[in-house]
Ligand binder design. Structure first.
Ligand code: NAD
Length: 319
């Protein structure tokens, strides 16, 4: 993307799953890339050519100057964000505040990685940016859902009162090479089980739906948010509208791996959303963005290429 050529990008959370792919794409687009990350989750791999500061965004206020800031710093998997819920809250609220102050000080664009979890267990389907969501504010997922909502609220106040240059991406489930298998997210979990010839464990009866977006598509969406003026002050769903039940996903991954193991249904986590599917009309119209990589293709790339994490690549490499 020509816009980034010669620009300086600061990627908070750049050592995480999406962050690594974003850093690589920014470097390829000619940007200088700095990462700030406390290495609390993710695989901790950062591409060569990136400067890394090991810092906690909920504490630090003094970051490297940049033209564009991407705030991805946050645990993303329920296992990680529920392990230390107060730290999750601090990261998402105080971290967003510190990066906002920094963006204002260096007149940078700030792209905030929000989440489809702001819709909670949605009342409307598919989810549109104008939906207010249906979130349990005191449940075990609230540390993530509500802190991401608080960050959106803070940043939109800064748009209204301080003319801050903010763009918010509500990212839906993203998958691809480089995910950690231990973090409990559906795609790496199923892949690890199928590859090892184990029973596939599916939450509930598996009829709950998700929409999975290949990481390259998500990264393109985030970069467009940073580059295109029409995104200023706006919120966008970034996800793949191809909705699939979790049981179907398990089945598809099982088949791709040639695993004959049966599926076992386990207890559904508290407040687990029933349906998830983005309406991406706004991103199509204002950003000219839509996903280009279908699920079968993306799963094949994830299995075939081997993720960035060497621990995982042994498991994921198809014989
Ligand atoms: N992957 C998805 O499906 C998905 C979906 C919706 C939203 N998101 C959002 O996208 C972003 C990236 O997600 P991901 O899947 O790459 O997660 P990840 O856990 O792989 O990466 C997050 C990175 O943030 C870092 N981090 C966490 N707390 C920090 C802190 N206090 N200070 C500095 N760094 C910190 C971690 O060490 C890690 O490198 C997150 O903000 C997440 O909420 C992701």
């Amino acid at each position: 993307m020509e816009f980034f050529d010669g620009k300086t990008a600061l990627v908070a959370g750049g050592a995480g799953f999406i962050g690594q792919h974003l850093c690589r794409a920014l470097l390829n687009a000619g940007a200088r890339v700095h990462v700030v990350d406390n290495f609390s989750t993710g695989t901790g791999h950062v591409p060569d050519g990136v400067t890394v500061d090991r810092q906690d965004v909920s504490i630090i206020r003094d970051f490297r100057a940049a033209d564009v800031i991407f705030n991805l710093a946050s645990p993303a998997s329920p296992i990680h964000y529920q392990a230390d819920p107060i730290q999750t809250w601090k990261t998402n609220v105080l971290g967003a505040m510190h990066l906002l102050e920094h963006a204002m000080a260096c007149k940078a664009t700030l792209v905030q990685a929000s989440t489809s979890e702001v819709y909670g267990d949605p009342l409307a389907h598919p989810q549109v940016e104008t939906d207010w969501g249906n979130v349990n504010p005191i449940g075990p997922r609230a540390c993530y859902d509500e802190s991401k909502r608080a960050a959106e609220s803070l940043l939109m106040d800064a748009v209204r009162t301080q003319n801050a240059d903010i763009r918010i991406a509500r990212i839906f489930n993203t998958y691809g090479p480089g995910m950690e298998i231990e973090d409990g997210r559906a795609v790496p979990n199923f892949m690890a089980q199928a590859k090892a010839g184990q029973v596939m464990t599916v939450h509930g009866d598996g009829t709950q739906t998700r929409s999975f977006c290949y990481v390259d598509d998500t990264v393109q969406g985030l970069m467009r948010l940073g580059a295109i003026d029409a995104a200023r002050g706006e919120v966008f769903n970034i996800g793949n509208p191809n909705e699939i039940s979790v049981a179907e996903l398990a089945d598809q991954i099982n088949q791709a791996c040639g695993n004959k193991s049966r599926v076992e249904f386990t207890q559904r986590p508290i407040d687990d959303p029933t349906r998830r599917c983005p309406n991406i009309a706004k991103a199509k119209q204002l950003l000219g963005w839509e996903p280009t990589i279908g699920l079968a293709d993306g799963l094949g790339r994830t299995l075939g290429s081997g993720p960035i994490d060497p621990k995982v690549s042994d498991l994921f490499h198809l014989a």
